[in-house]
Design a protein around this ligand. Sequence first.
Ligand code: UDP
Length: 397
Amino acid sequence: MAILVFGGAGYIGSHAARALRRSGYEVVLYDNLSTGFRRLAQGFELVEGDIADEARLRPALARVDAVMHFAAYAYVGESVENPRKYFRNNVLGALSLLNSTLDAGVRRIIFSSSCAVYGIPERIPIAEQAPREPVNPYGASKLFFENALDAYSRAYGLRSVRLRYFNAAGADESGEIGELHDPETHLIPLALAASTANRAELQIHGSDYPTPDGTCVRDYIHVSDLADAHVRALQYLERDGDEHGGDALAINLGTGRGHSVLEVLQAAESATGRPVRRTIGPRRPGDPPVLVADPAMAQRVLGWTAQRDLTDIVASAWAWMQKDSFGSRTQSVRSFPYSRGSVFVAGSLLGQDQLDFDPANGGECDSRKERMSGPDSVGQTKIPEHDARNGRNQEGD
Ligand code: UDP
C-alpha cells in the first residue's frame, strides 16, 4: 500500500514517513520545501511541489492509496499578523489538495489538526466533543479543513481521521531526524539551546497565569508517539473498509498529563546538566493557560497511548541537538563549557512536587474562570523576585 505524505520534509511529516516505512508501507513525500528541509526527506522519494499545484498533484496521487496531510503553516503568532498567508495555504491550498485527492479516487486521508481548534477550553482535560472555538487564524484554518473533511465524508464517502495534536516535541530515536524549524519558536528546543553558551536566553512568556506555578501548562507528546498514531489511524481506515461509506473521525493526541513551562525547563536542565538561562517576559498573545488532552478516544479507537514521557522527549531532543551538525546551534552546543554548579540555579525555583499537576488523575481546571484545582495543585506559583526583575532581551513570537 502506498501513501503520499504532504509536508513529508517537515518535522512531524518526516517522523510519520519513517513510522509508515517501518510498518511496511511504501511512502512518497510531497513538499514545496518552503518550511521543510531536504535533509529530513533523505532516503525517501520526494516530489517537490505546492499543494495548490493541481497539475503536479495529479500524477503523484495516481500512484497512492491514501494520503497524509501535514503541509501547513503552524506559527500562531505569525497567523495573527499575516492571516492571508495562513488562509491561502492552510485553507485554499488544502482544499485544492482535497479536491485533487477526491478526483484521483483516493478515499482515505489522515489530517494533521491541532488542539488550537479548541481555543480557550472550558474544561481540562479536553475531550473531542469540547466546543471548537479557535482564538487565532491558525486554529481557524485547521478547523475549516476539519469541517471540509466532515462535509466531504458525508457527501462523497471520503474517509478521514483528523488528529488533533497537543505539543509535539522530541526526536526520532535513530538520531537521523529531529525538530527543525526556521525560525524556532518552540519551548523545548529553545530551552535546550538556552542551556548552551552562545544562544539567547529563554524568555518565559508570562508567569502570572492561573496555574500552580504561574506559567502555562501544556501536554507534551513525543513526535515518535505521534507518528505511531498516524500509522494506527491509517490501519483504522483500512480495517473498517470503504464499504461503510463516509466517516470523519476526530481524535486528540496527547498524554493526558500537563507540564508547566518551569517544569519543562527543569527537565531540560536534567538532560543537559546545565542551567537554562531565562528571563520572564509578558504573556504571549493567544496562549491559553492550560491545554491538556483527554486521550481516552485514541486509546479506545486506535488502541494508542503515548509510550514516552517528558524525560524521554527532552532526552531525545537533546541527543538530536548534539548530533545535529548543521547550522550555528551546533557550534554553541559544542563550545559550551560544562558547568553544572553554575551560579544560576534556575531549576530549583520550585520543587518537582510543586509542579506535578496531572489533570488526567483528577485535576480540574476551569481556565475561563482562571481557577485551577487538583490533587497536586498548590495554587498560583510565586516567581521569586530576583527572577521577575530580570530584563527582557528577546522578542516574543
Ligand atoms: N514558551 C515560552 N517561551 C518560549 C517559547 C514558548 O515561555 O520561548 C511557552 C509558551 O508560552 C507556551 C509553551 O511554552 O506556554 C509551549 O509553547 P510552544 O511555542 O512550544 O508551543 P505552543 O503551545 O505554542 O504550540
